[in-house]
Design a protein around this ligand. Structure first.
Ligand SMILES: C[S@@+](CC[C@H](N)C(=O)[O-])C[C@H]1O[C@@H](n2cnc3c(N)ncnc32)[C@H](O)[C@@H]1O
Length: 234
């Protein structure tokens, strides 16, 4: 049984990202002109790992902005808290037998077969997931992954997030007016697509507890100025 807090969290996005995120709506080339980092993330986290034999899971695929860079894989599963109608996924992605979109109702990963997946990507998603949710995903994903699976997950870490204007916006979304209280509330209630700053130390502790091996705490480093992307492996 999913607990009430996580159930509310999954339902808290229902008014957000209608018809897709900026990346899904505007497309890669337009967004890459302003956010050069997406090309770097693709070059470092996706290109070397995804080929015609790969079985991909993308967590938080939304309208398929990143998905388009992984469609040459053997199979693709996209998890999202929102329906495909809401995110516009199938309006952007040509339906195919080897592509599945799953609107998740919990963090159990019960829609996946054991050892079905051998690559996981998630960008701009775990920052919207509370620490309990992140830990539940890490634990429940484990049996669904083949040995050797590479996982790339971007998370929020206050030590890297140095954009004052961005922080002001995140604070006001969350309803906090004190930054430290907001950061300390890393396992609090979801609201308005707020962020959860549990940070690298806690996330790495959770990946260790679930049995994964840490490869890099922040594979993007300076190339992604605001948030770390953690590379780990089953
Ligand atoms: C800011 S959007 C990012 C979408 C996409 N990754 C991108 O970069 O364009 C966050 C997405 O994560 C989804 N999401 C939030 N919590 C989730 C969860 N626990 N499982 C799956 N998707 C989730 C939201 O519904 C939303 O589509």
């Amino acid at each position: 049984m999913i607990d009430k807090k996580l159930h509310n969290e999954l339902n808290s996005f229902s008014h957000l990202w209608k018809d897709g995120t900026t990346l899904a709506k505007q497309g890669w080339d337009k967004v890459a002109k302003e956010r050069k980092s997406i090309n770097d993330i693709h070059r470092i986290c996706i290109e070397p790992y995804v080929n015609e034999n790969t079985n991909v899971l993308e967590i938080g695929c939304n309208g398929g902005g990143w998905t388009k860079k992984m469609l040459h894989a053997n199979s693709f599963v996209g998890f999202d808290a929102l329906s495909s109608d809401h995110t516009g996924f199938w309006r952007n992605i040509l339906p195919h037998d080897n592509i599945r979109y799953v609107q998740v109702k919990d963090f159990e990963c019960g829609e996946l077969e054991n050892e079905e997946i051998d690559y996981v990507f998630s960008y701009d998603v775990f920052c919207h997931i509370s620490y309990s949710g992140a830990k539940a995903y890490l634990k429940n994903l484990y049996p669904k992954l083949k040995d050797g699976t590479n996982l790339f997950v971007m998370i929020a870490d206050i030590d890297k997030y140095k954009d004052d204007n961005g922080l002001k916006k995140l604070l006001s979304l969350s309803g906090f007016d004190n930054l430290q209280e907001f950061v300390d509330d890393y396992d609090g209630e979801a609201k308005n697509g707020r962020w959860f700053f549990y940070g690298l130390d806690r996330f790495c502790e959770a990946i260790d507890e679930s049995g994964y091996t840490l490869i890099s705490r922040d594979v993007m480093g300076e190339l992604d100025p605001r948030s770390p992307t953690v590379h780990f492996r089953k």
